[in-house]
Design a protein around this ligand. Structure first.
Ligand SMILES: *Cc1c(COP(=O)(O)O)cnc(C)c1O
Length: 380
């Protein structure tokens, strides 16, 4: 048996093009107008009306107190973690099944990731695995939670919402509260997703979004830090704008800050894209419905949407029977110019992170061997 019929159907759904990309952006709204406006006004760089407007729009859309636009999602995570107290010699609990940026942002703060397993249905951090790890290795002291096996402080937990599916974030926050661990949500893939009615990114102390070219909407490159607590967001703004003490003309910086501001050119693109987010989500829902009719067999199933998740439909996933089938599906689709991609190699197996502590990662390994993303672009 081959996947030739499935491939023909995927091509048909995506308009029978010579090459079917995995995910491409759609610029049919105000993108060109707003970009031209940044040039006409000369405000292309680190301050400008589109930055302010985008930040206000993001806070409104995610129902948080304040949003801070930054250069990319990795920087958003890095700063969120610094605000949570992640520093040299501390540890951060996260997933092995995630994009490498999650772990890199931990390492940029000179901290070490510890890899916790995910749930099979959400593909995001498992509250059960998190609890089990803390029961075995956690020790609550006055200064916070310590890892008994390494002696290091566990400063933060960074769960991730894989492909916009929501992990059981409410349970994770409750566990972390008990253990005095701050939660920084990696919501890079989850703009527009909700869990039990609440927006991705708004559960943790801070949340990080990405507007890279492959995400559900894009600003070319960009990211955003959001927080329900305006104080953390104010501090994020300050740190990402070189930690400058407000003054009309003096340059005084009283802490090590970063130049992580999102330029106004990128914010212009982001503003235009934000105007279409709901339309994009609706079109993706229709795309998913078309795929329901393709993946009816046993060998390749669409990954069901877990209960409680209002999904943004960013990247649609199928689950193959085993590693061999996964490889065959990847080979045949890519040979036919239908772009498909496997879920990530576990971060715990990369040379930079292979020494880090981890639990069994049984579910992460299971998913690593079976999950493939299929073309998920829409035109609106
Ligand atoms: C895209 C992504 C990031 C990083 O965002 P960039 O804007 O590319 O820096 C971080 N975490 C996850 C899970 C991502 O998918």
């Amino acid at each position: 048996m081959t996947y030739s019929k499935t491939i023909a159907q995927i091509k048909e759904i995506n308009g029978n093009r010579d090459f079917t990309p995995l995910h491409e952006p759609c610029f049919s709204g105000n993108e060109k107008n707003y970009l031209a406006d940044t040039i006409d006004t000369t405000f292309v760089s680190s301050v400008g009306a589109y930055v302010d407007r985008f930040e206000a729009e993001m806070a409104r859309y995610t129902e948080t107190a304040k949003a801070v636009a930054v250069v990319n999602g990795t920087a958003a995570l890095q700063v969120g973690m610094r605000l949570a107290g992640v520093s040299k010699g501390t540890e951060v609990l996260t997933q092995a099944l995630t994009f490498v940026a999650t772990a890199n942002a931990i390492a940029y703060n000179s901290a070490r990731p510890v890899f916790i397993d995910v749930d099979l249905d959400t593909m995001g951090m498992s509250p059960l695995a998190l609890s089990a790890f803390l029961d075995e290795f956690g020790e609550l002291r006055e200064e916070g939670c310590f890892n008994k096996s390494t002696g290091r402080r566990i400063a933060a937990c960074v769960p991730m919402h894989t492909f916009g599916y929501m992990c059981r974030i409410d349970e994770i926050v409750a566990i972390c509260d008990r253990w005095k661990i701050q939660v920084v949500e990696d919501a890079a893939e989850a703009l527009g997703s909700k869990y039990k009615g609440q927006s991705a990114g708004s559960f943790g102390q801070t949340g990080a979004f990405s507007f890279n070219g492959n995400k559900i909407i894009t600003s070319g490159g960009g990211g955003t830090i959001v927080s329900k607590d305006a104080q953390f967001a104010e501090k994020a703004k300050y740190l990402t704008t070189t930690a400058k003490v407000p003054h009309r003309w003096e340059y005084v910086h009283d802490e090590l800050g970063y130049n992580f501001r999102m330029p106004n050119v990128n914010a212009a693109l982001a503003c235009a894209q934000m105007e279409r987010i709901e339309e994009i989500k609706s079109a993706k829902k229709v795309l998913l419905a078309s795929y329901q009719e393709v993946f009816t067999g046993e060998s390749a199933r669409l990954k069901p949407i877990p209960a409680g998740t209002d999904w943004n439909h960013w990247l649609i996933s199928v689950e193959l029977e085993n590693l061999e089938e996964r490889n065959r599906f990847l080979q045949e689709t890519n040979d036919a110019a239908v772009m498909t991609r496997p879920i990530w190699r576990l971060i715990s197996s990369l040379p930079m992170y292979e020494q880090c502590q981890k639990d069994s990662l049984a579910n992460s390994i299971w998913l690593e061997e079976r999950i493939v993303n299929i073309p998920s672009s829409v035109k609106v």
